[in-house]
Design a protein around this ligand. Structure first.
Ligand code: 5AD
Ligand code: SF4
Length: 472
């Protein structure tokens, strides 16, 4: 069946469930783990549930559905899920709520086996390729009163037209591609999200245009490897229907840059090996594209990078950074780093510190290597002792924090354009927003400024945020 027809079938299940639930004032609670792609998937799950007639609650004690959208990139998410399921057992016995678990972790057989064995009270298990079918799975669980397991292992299709309930009215994420073909040896993603496939230019452009009409100001384009947007389609000679000149990632940036109302464009994550000159030129040439670029390093050592199957060397990474810095005025960079990959020696780890010292990242997301069943990394000899991994992590953290402190000083006394996102969580008398470089800025101001771009003079820095004043 055509994917659009399959979405229509789900609309019928939504209507049936809405009728079934009429007047019941039902609630759902959702816990999302992992990356922004998962958050975007959760917004789709929330959209479906709200159309069915459920409203969101943060209080799991009063919920009728407890939904988990899981991640399996690192082990700590598993511990978190099993901990939460343990807590829910009593609530399930008392109230009979529906428990549904979806997302990446459900694509792993050893995990679903464990859930069925140790947490048999879970009602619905669904994977990454069957998210669009959640209304049908929910209907079956309620009407047929049976356990549902809906996990398939395919390359995966793209389903357009699912309802969506977005978390923000100012910033929106737009998934432009699914899956990954890179097979970095530490990473589970290619096994749980399937092969790379891109959404059509028309679907993306039209989604961004309608977001602009709804008043959204910032768009984040999402994908496991955004700068290879449409690459697989080209390699396989799958015809691409160009729309507003879009036939690559660079042309996509340029087309979105022209959409009135959108003021900022971000994207995560690109892969350094695919960072072509046309993309660099598009970033430099598009006023709305933020000049903070996330460029995952993973390791600064050429041998480790080879073992990781990253397809670039330390020098190639540094050369790319130099080229980008030359071509893109005001460029700032953020990155992901893994410490303790199998076989990484102290000396090799020093190379990672060396790259961090040289590049001076604006932000570094640091991870301790986590063995993932089914990945080549898990089978490698010379796994690093936890103790050594932690020591390396602490050294990296110390370096990164000292650099951030130093970097923060540069903001003081400057004027920054800030997109105001809302009241500050810690102090409702203050507003919070972000700079182009994604730094949080807190300031005093009229609530009418929420959703606006304002000029702020930075008056002080505080490690993880800056303080500003409206610049009159
Ligand atoms: N262990 C630790 N970190 C990992 N990442 C991906 N897989 C692993 C793993 N097995 C990190 C990478 C990636 C980020 C999203 O998560 O740095 O860029
Ligand atoms: Fe994982 Fe590498 Fe693909 Fe990123 S590019 S999702 S790290 S395999």
């Amino acid at each position: 069946m055509d994917t659009r027809n399959e979405v229509k079938v789900q609309e019928e299940y939504i209507a049936k469930l809405r009728k079934l639930n009429e007047g019941k004032n039902l609630k759902y609670n959702i816990l999302t783990m992992g990356c922004q792609l998962n958050e975007n998937d959760s917004e789709k799950l929330c959209g479906m549930l709200e159309e069915i007639g459920y409203s969101k609650t943060d209080n799991v004690k009063e919920t009728d559905i407890a939904l988990f959208n899981t991640c399996c990139v690192r082990e700590n998410a598993e511990d978190k899920l099993f901990g939460k399921l343990g807590e829910l057992k009593r609530l399930k016995e008392e109230k009979g709520l529906i428990i549904a678990i979806g997302g990446c972790m459900m694509q792993e057989k050893h995990i679903t086996d464990k859930i069925k064995e140790s947490y048999p009270f879970v009602d619905i298990i669904f994977g990454t390729h069957t998210l669009y079918k959640f209304p049908e799975d929910l209907y079956r669980a309620i009407e047929e009163k049976r356990k549902i397991e809906d996990v398939i292992d395919v390359d995966g299709e793209i389903y357009e037209g699912l309802p969506i309930k977005r978390d923000s009215k100012i910033k929106a994420s737009v998934t432009i591609m699914n899956g990954c073909n890179n097979f970095c040896t530490y990473c589970i993603v290619p096994y749980v999200r399937g092969r790379e496939r891109s959404r059509s230019p028309k679907d993306i452009i039209e989604e961004v245009k309608s977001l602009a009409k709804e008043g959204y100001k910032e768009i984040t384009l999402l994908g496991q490897n955004v700068n290879s947007y449409l690459r697989v389609e080209k390699e396989k000679n799958i015809p691409i229907e160009e729309y507003e000149g879009v036939n690559s990632f660079a042309t996509l940036l340029r087309a979105i840059n022209k959409i009135d109302g959108i003021e900022r464009i971000r994207f995560v994550s690109p892969h350094p090996k695919d960072f072509t000159d046309d993309v660099i030129d598009a970033i430099a040439g598009c006023k709305k594209v933020c000049k903070l670029i996330h460029l995952p390093l993973q390791s600064g050592n050429t041998k480790v990078l080879k073992e990781m199957n990253r397809k670039y060397s330390k020098e190639q990474y540094l050369n790319l950074v130099d080229k980008m810095k030359k071509k893109i005025p005001n460029l700032t960079l953020s990155t992901d780093i893994i410490v303790g990959f199998p076989g990484e020696t102290d000396e090799e780890f020093e190379d990672t510190l060396d790259v961090v010292r040289k590049v001076k990242f604006e932000q570094v997301y640091m991870f301790i290597y986590s063995r993932r069943v089914g990945t080549p990394g898990d089978k490698m000899p010379n796994q690093i002792l936890e103790e050594i991994k932690h020591k390396r992590f602490d050294r990296l953290k110390e370096l990164v924090e000292s650099q951030i402190e130093e970097n923060n000083q540069k903001y003081v006394e400057t004027v920054q354009k800030v997109l105001v996102e809302g009241e500050s969580k810690n102090n409702p008398n203050m507003l919070t927003g972000r700079t182009d470089s994604n730094k949080v800025v807190i300031f005093e101001g009229d609530k009418k400024l929420i959703g606006e771009m304002v000029s702020l003079k930075i008056v002080s820095e505080h490690m993880w945020y800056l303080k500003g004043e409206v610049n009159e």
